[in-house]
Design a protein around this ligand. Structure first.
Ligand SMILES: Cc1ncc(COP(=O)(O)O)c(C=O)c1O
Length: 495
């Protein structure tokens, strides 16, 4: 049965003491969840030192950069998280689409390092992970395992990445530079949609008690980090825009679900602003929409399962986006000819065009889902949609040739870019979209039974308890308790 990371008391005092000794020796300090949610509370003794530290170096103080408030140079902090607002010229809809920039996160240039920290820190301070003995196993479709390797290395722990062999070469190149040993990169069969194969590998590795599996699909640290840290950050982006556009409403939040950690930010946005929560998936593998199956290239949003940490009953819409759209638009947005077309024919400004560097495949899927949602509800200029670009375009450059060969048979020229932009962006429709009824939510929730109860051995009572929103709200009580444990841990480590 998977461990769920729900403990908020010291489980093993000896393990905790060994971790403290290790952290004292290495001078490592852990940020609290509250500090990551509001980086203005990080002591100036730390922020002053950050100025000299490369955000991509394996330096322990980079833990204090695991939040959305990194400035454009990724060195200093900004009062408001980095975000872009996509205008009507680009999206074809009046509703402003606010996109928070994951590429400003340290070390991996993607926000999944937050999920990794959110899972590891509670296990350390409760004595469930022993950095002197255990290996931290990070199963993922590529970014979470990079985040896991980064935080493991910073904390001088042994990390192991598990990811499908078909993920982008950039992910593997990064891992090659960061792992202790090449055998710490475990390649599972398949690509994006082969999450079951990742689970199987985890179960195999779990037989060795020195391996601790940080299964993001079932770890509530993932959920709570995003609910608190990402939720508030997105709220601040929205409020910043509203300060210039009075009367703006935060209508919806779109989030492509891999582990369903990021979408948990929606729980907070809904409680604060009444925002609708939109789960995004690939049309080629519509697991939530129609219990479907298939293969796709929207890397990072593994499917064919419903993650244990997905609060399905709080989800309002499911929107599926084709990878033909994300692949092709990626090519248009990353090419000179595509950008020239957007500037000349659609009047897209240079600042918006350079902002397109920030979009990897899943960021584009989030934007397309926002456009479809805006069309479905016929949203106006006072109804904003917020979303995230988890990682940037630089994570997929090696995919450009493959994409060109598949979707641009006559070359990447102006005519082809015009065709792609017209078809997928301006022509995005309300197909593959479901506003969820009670029955739909029940169907999605029940689908998780097969993975979690039958295959992974979760107790049926625990599985069913997740129907109730009260149960999810109650999870919030863990955060101050974890933070108190982090403070106590830091104090004893003398850092
Ligand atoms: C590029 C990318 N997009 C989206 C996601 C999905 O985020 P989450 O796992 O929080 O649902 C991931 C997760 O790894 C990702 O790497």
């Amino acid at each position: 049965m998977p461990t769920l990371g729900l403990e908020a008391h010291v489980v093993d005092a000896d393990v905790r003491a060994r971790s403290i000794a290790r952290f004292r020796e290495r001078g490592i300090v852990l940020p609290t969840f509250a500090q990551l949610a509001d980086p203005t509370t990080i002591p100036t003794s730390i922020t002053a030192r950050l100025a000299d530290i490369d955000p991509d170096a394996p330096h322990p103080l980079n833990l204090f950069r695991i939040h959305w408030h990194n400035a454009a140079d990724r060195k200093g902090f900004s009062a408001v998280p980095g975000y872009v607002v996509l205008p009507r010229e680009l999206t074809g809809v009046a509703a402003p689409i606010i996109v928070a920039l994951g590429e400003r996160f340290p070390m991996i240039a993607a926000h999944k390092v937050l999920a990794a920290y959110g899972c590891l820190a509670p296990r350390l301070v409760t004595g469930q992970f022993d950095p002197t003995r255990h290996r931290a196993i990070w199963p993922s479709t590529g970014n979470y395992c990079r985040g896991g390797i980064a935080v493991s290395r910073i904390m001088d722990c042994h990390g192991v990445a598990i990811l499908p062999e078909g993920m982008s070469q950039e992910r593997f190149d990064w891992l090659d530079n960061w792992v202790k040993d090449p055998s710490d990169i475990v390649r599972t069969p398949g690509s994006e949609s082969n999450v079951k194969e990742i689970y199987d590998e985890c179960n195999r590795l779990a037989a060795d008690e020195e391996n601790v599996i940080f299964n993001q699909f079932a770890e509530f640290g993932n959920v709570l980090a995003h609910r608190l840290v990402t939720g508030r950050a997105l709220g601040r982006c929205f409020e910043d825009l509203r300060s210039r556009q009075r009367g703006l409403e935060l209508f919806a939040f779109t989030s492509a679900t891999g582990s369903a950690g990021t979408i948990s930010a929606g729980d907070w946005l809904k409680s604060e602003y009444g925002t609708r929560i939109v789960a995004v998936e690939a049309a080629e593998c519509p697991t939530l929409l129609r219990n479907g199956f298939g293969e796709h290239n929207i890397q990072g949003i593994g499917d064919k399962h419903v993650p244990y940490v997905h609060n399905v009953w709080n989800t309002d819409l499911v929107v599926a986006v084709s990878d033909a759209a994300t692949d092709s638009l990626y090519q248009v947005f990353q090419s000179e000819v595509g950008r020239a077309f957007l500037a000349e024919r659609h009047g897209v400004s240079q600042s918006v065009l350079s902002g397109l560097d920030a979009f990897g495949f899943s960021g584009l899927a989030n934007v397309l889902a926002a456009i479809k949602t805006a069309k479905y509800y016929d949203l106006g200029p006072d109804q904003a949609i917020v979303t995230v670009a988890t990682d940037g375009g630089s994570m997929y450059r090696t995919e450009l040739d493959k994409v060109a060969a598949k979707h641009f048979p006559h070359g990447v020229d102006t005519a082809a870019c015009a065709e792609v932009f017209g078809r997928y962006m301006l022509g995005a429709g309300v197909d593959n979209l479901a506003e969820l009824s009670r029955t739909d939510k029940e169907r999605m929730f029940n689908l998780g039974y097969y993975t979690w109860v039958e295959q992974q051995g979760v107790a049926i009572e625990d599985f069913v308890a997740r129907r109730e929103q009260q149960w999810w709200r109650g999870l919030g009580e863990l955060v101050p308790r974890w933070d108190a444990l982090i403070d106590g841990f830091n104090a004893e480590a003398g850092a």
